[in-house]
Each structure stands twice: as structure tokens, then as C-alpha cells.
Ligand binder design. Structure first.
Ligand code: FAD
Length: 292
């Protein structure tokens, strides 16, 4: 299996990188539909795609299955995600070795959210507590892993304040992370301030903005409440007016994301990562919108 190129090398090309995020489907029918979406998205020619890691159970095997499909069948550079949830240290080492043997060199390295029904994160027996611990473990296992980590422009919900959260982000970079992908945000000013704070704190790796084109008002209200992201009043008002008409909501979502991305690229962002929720239409519309 040809090893993937480390994403850090792509950043070194000094052009904005475009990436897409998939989540693993629950069943075989879902895999087929993801295959169709990913095939349609080849037209966008992203620099890489990522596949999230579920809280437990069979979706974790689907992450491996879908990552392999996207890499070997569709030729994407794939970055599987990996979390500490529900794994012993030895299991994580084993998963890391399998990922490496599959030719993957890039991993989005996370602690993970507490499993459904639990509100606080408890490390698994002989497991890891923080994403920085997983970064260190993966790097000790394979020095040629290129690791991304999550960053929170509006602070991680569990962190007591932004300064502490920033110190913890720095720990991940010091442990060996090569780049940061942010939690979704809708106000670019928040991203610019975050990047400034990171630089002032001595965090010098690329910070890729995570952008989610809104597909539904209810869904985005649920997501933003969960991750502490602000929905700016003008966006919320537009979505509320259009709420009964899903097609109009999608147009508003794409329009907002388009403005965000244009602004981010004009202001020197190293690219953008799209949370596409396994849907092709918005990503293709954004690609077309950004073409000229
Ligand atoms: C780009 C991106 C992709 C994601 N993909 C997935 C996915 O595939 N699957 C999934 O389940 N979830 C995913 N998530 C969600 C993520 O798992 C949650 O946000 C989770 O709550 C925190 O993960 P983390 O890796 O940021 O944790 P950490 O960096 O470990 O931080 C978690 C909390 O602990 C604090 N902390 C960190 N280190 C220390 C320390 N040494 N001492 C004290 N406090 C510390 C931090 O400030 C923060 O409040 C993703 C998030 C992002 C931004």
C-alpha cells in the first residue's frame, strides 16, 4: 500500500488546502451512499478527506472500512480520526499500527466526547485522558505520522477559560501535532482573534478553519449548543425566516459559508476544512462559487 503524503508537506506548498470530513455510516446501505457522495466530490479535487471516529461499537470498524475505500478505490489522501474513548493504551497502539500498515500517515488525534448518556469524560481503564497523551503515543509508535488536533476558537466547553484551553492546545503541539483544525464557527472575527492568541502563546503550526455549511436550522441549533459555537444574529434571523423551506435554508447556508471562506482566504488562512455531513451538494456549490 503506497503511504500517503504527510499533510504537513502539503501545507509547505504555501497554497490554501481544501479538505472534507465524512462520518462513518451505520450500515452497508450507508456505505454505498457515501461511495456515491465521495465519487461526486472527486470533481472538487480536495487535498485530503477525513473520516470521524465514533463513540464506540461497529461505527469504529466503519471508519477503517470507509477510510480504505476512499483511499484505495477513489484515490483520496485520507486522514482517519482516532479518539481515546473506550480504548486501553495497548488497543490504541494496535489501532495506530493498523492505520500505519494501511498506508495512512495522517491522523486527526482527539480525546473524544464522553459516550452517550455520560456527561463527563472518564478515561478508560489503562486508557488515555487527553488528546495530547494520544499524540505522544502515536508519535512514539510511528515517527512518520503527521497528526492534526482540534482547536476551539470559542473555547472547549469543558475548559474553565480560554487561556487554560490555549495552554492545553499548546501541549498537543508540543507533543508533536503538526496542525490544528478548528471547531466550526460562523464569525470569522472569532477565528482571527483565536489565531492571534495562538501565535502570541507560541503556537506556530497551521490553524485550519473548520466550516460547516448550514443544512437545517434545528440541526445547527443542536450542534452549536453542544459545542458552544455562536450563531450570529443575522445568520440566525435568515435561517428562522426560511426555516420551513429546506432548500432556501441550504442556499442561505452555502451563501454564508462562501462569504466566510472568501474572507478567510483573503486574510491568509491556510485553507479550509468542510464539515459536509456526508452530503455533496453544498461542497460542490461552494467549489463552484469559489472558482471565480
Ligand atoms: C476537528 C475536530 C474533529 C473532531 N472529530 C471527532 C471524532 O472523529 N470523533 C469524536 O468523538 N469527536 C470528535 N471531535 C470532538 C472532540 O472529540 C471533542 O471536542 C472532545 O470533547 C475534546 O476532544 P479534544 O481532542 O479537543 O480533547 P483535549 O485536547 O484532550 O481537550 C479536552 C478538554 O481537556 C482540557 N485539557 C486538555 N489537556 C489538558 C491537561 N493536560 N490538563 C488539564 N486539562 C486539559 C482541554 O482544555 C479541554 O477542555 C472533533 C473535534 C474537532 C475540533
Amino acid at each position: 500500500m503506497t503511504p500517503d503524503r504527510p499533510i504537513s508537506e502539503l501545507f509547505a506548498l504555501q497554497r490554501p488546502l481544501r479538505s472534507l470530513e465524512f462520518f462513518p455510516p451505520k450500515d452497508d446501505a450507508g456505505v454505498e451512499s457515501l461511495r456515491a457522495t465521495a465519487t461526486a466530490l472527486r470533481r472538487m479535487n480536495p487535498d485530503f478527506v477525513s473520516v470521524t471516529y465514533g463513540a464506540g461499537g461497529t461505527t469504529r470498524d466503519r471508519t477503517a472500512q470507509v477510510s480504505a475505500l476512499l483511499k484505495s478505490e477513489l484515490g483520496y489522501t485520507v486522514m482517519p480520526h482516532l479518539t481515546c474513548v473506550g480504548h486501553t493504551r495497548a488497543e490504541l497502539a494496535e489501532v495506530a499500527d493498523k492505520i500505519h500498515a494501511g498506508g495512512f500517515r495522517n491522523i486527526m488525534t482527539l480525546r473524544g466526547d464522553p459516550p452517550k448518556g455520560e456527561t463527563t469524560f472518564t478515561p478508560y481503564r489503562d486508557g488515555l485522558r487527553y488528546a495530547s497523551d494520544l499524540v505522544a503515543l502515536l508519535k512514539s509508535r510511528h515517527t512518520d505520522f503527521c497528526l492534526g488536533v482540534g482547536g476551539y476558537p470559542e473555547k472547549h466547553p469543558e475548559a474553565p477559560n480560554a487561556a487554560v484551553d490555549l495552554e492545553n492546545l499548546k501541549r498537543k503541539v508540543e507533543a508533536g501535532a503538526a496542525f490544528i483544525t478548528t471547531q466550526l464557527f460562523f464569525d470569522n472575527a472569532i477565528y482571527y482573534r483565536f489565531v492571534e492568541q495562538c501565535r502570541a502563546a507560541g503556537i506556530n503550526v497551521p490553524i485550519v478553519p473548520g466550516i460547516m455549511p448550514v443544512l437545517s436550522l434545528k440541526q445547527i441549533q443542536r450542534f452549536t449548543a453542544m459545542c458552544g459555537t455562536t450563531l450570529p444574529a443575522p445568520l440566525l434571523t435568515r435561517l428562522e425566516v426560511a426555516a420551513e423551506n429546506p432548500e432556501v435554508v441550504e442556499i442561505i447556508g452555502v451563501d454564508w459559508a462562501l462569504d466566510q471562506i472568501r474572507g478567510l482566504l483573503a486574510n491568509g488562512a491556510p485553507g479550509y476544512h468542510l464539515y459536509i455531513l456526508n452530503r455533496a451538494k453544498a461542497a460542490l456549490a461552494l467549489t463552484a462559487g469559489l472558482a471565480a
